[in-house]
Design a protein around this ligand. Structure first.
Ligand code: NAD
Ligand code: LMR
Length: 323
């Protein structure tokens, strides 16, 4: 039976990459047929029509149906995999708290639509910023769906970290494993190399700690802004690629002897407050994820993990009335 994939903000930058890559089979493989539901706001429906026409023109073997809509209740009907990309960008003079409030409305409406209409086994990936808190809002508005269904994207940060490390170590990023991003998809995130392996061998003691603290960590934390400065637009193709990596690993499993970074509802592991959507190292198997336990946390890491936790708690306080 075909799986239903919903993409919100499908006429936007990321949506334009994501829809075609998913439709071509890069999420579930060449043998899985999908129904593609694309959601946009009403003023973007013409542009979305154009996207749907192009998708048709690709004649992808893996696509059964394409539906476009500006109604979340239609777009999330029977959804198995939801990519929540559409969000309001930060406008001139807008504070982060204003952005939180504006996007909170979008994600509470979409959470309600998911609750009413989606598959009970839906997997949700929130990409639209502030992604972790938007995921919290969607989750809180979908009380009939298991909380573990709601995740936010840290995979772009994880992949960015691997790319920086591969360049420094003069190896290929695929030879590195056990990278972790903790916390929020923001500049407070903590890219943690303490468990990093190169070709299965621990390498963290060989890393130059001055480079890690003064170059690597701030570079990964600020890579989004670096891309915006270079392109004049925020990352799009790399974000779509990371979104596929996140969902594919969740559905099909993480690589053997490796893990992924996913922002998920905290269960209190590593002392992180329950009830926020925080990035942990996770292993995915049989369509579920579990937090990698018992990693050693040194005092520097602990402090970094608490800084990003505090930011998420502050974001939660700012939108508490919508939960
Ligand atoms: P974009 O502005 O090009 O596209 C966003 C689209 O969402 C627009 O077409 C807009 O019409 C649509 N939209 C707005 N409100 C909507 C709603 N209520 N329902 C459906 N669609 C709606 O932006 P983009 O570059 O595609 O980025 C999308 C989001 O992803 C932004 O919030 C961006 O900050 C975020 N982002 C997150 C990460 C991450 O790693 N988590 C990385 C890159 C970008
Ligand atoms: C990114 O990490 O590239 C984005 O989240 C940046 C942004 O603010 O859209």
């Amino acid at each position: 039976m075909s799986k239903t994939v919903t993409i919100t903000g499908a006429a936007g930058q990321i949506g334009y990459q994501l829809a075609f890559r998913i439709a071509s089979g890069q999420l579930l493989g060449a043998n899985e047929k999908i129904n593609l539901n694309l959601l946009e706001i009403t003023p973007a429906l013409d542009a979305l029509k154009g996207v749907a026409m192009e998708l048709e023109d690709c004649a992808f073997e893996t696509v059964s149906n394409i539906h476009i809509s500006d109604d979340p209740n239609k777009a999330f009907k029977n959804t198995d995999y939801g990519f929540l990309v559409g969000a309001k960008p930060r406008g001139p003079g807008m504070e982060r708290s204003d952005l939180l409030q504006e996007n909170a409305k979008i994600f509470s409406a979409q959470g309600k639509a998911i609750n009413e209409t989606s598959s009970r086994d839906i997997k949700v990936l929130v990409v639209g910023n502030p992604a972790n808190t938007n995921a919290l809002i969607a989750m809180s508005n979908a009380p009939d769906i298991d909380k573990s269904a709601f995740t936010a994207m840290m995979r772009l940060d994880h992949n960015r970290a691997l790319a920086q490390l591969a360049s420094k170590l003069d190896c290929h990023s695929s030879e590195l494993s056990n990278m972790t991003i903790w916390g929020n998809h923001s500049t407070t995130q903590y890219p943690d190399v303490n468990n990093l392996k190169l070709l299965g061998e621990s390498i963290s003691s060989r890393l130059d700690q001055t480079w890690i603290k003064d170059d690597f960590i701030p570079r990964v934390q600020n890579r989004g802004a670096e891309i915006i400065k270079a392109r004049g637009l925020s990352s799009a193709a790399s974000a779509a690629s990371a979104a596929i990596d996140h969902m594919r690993d969740w559905v099909l499993g993480t690589k053997v002897d490796d893990w992924a970074s996913m922002a998920i509802p905290s269960d209190g592991s590593y002392g992180i407050t329950e009830g926020i959507i925080y990035s942990f190292p996770v292993i995915c198997q049989n369509g579920t994820y579990s937090i990698v336990q018992n990693l050693e946390i040194d005092p520097f890491s602990k402090e970094c993990m608490q800084i990003t936790e505090k930011e998420l708690l502050d974001e939660k306080t700012a939108i508490e009335h919508l939960l």
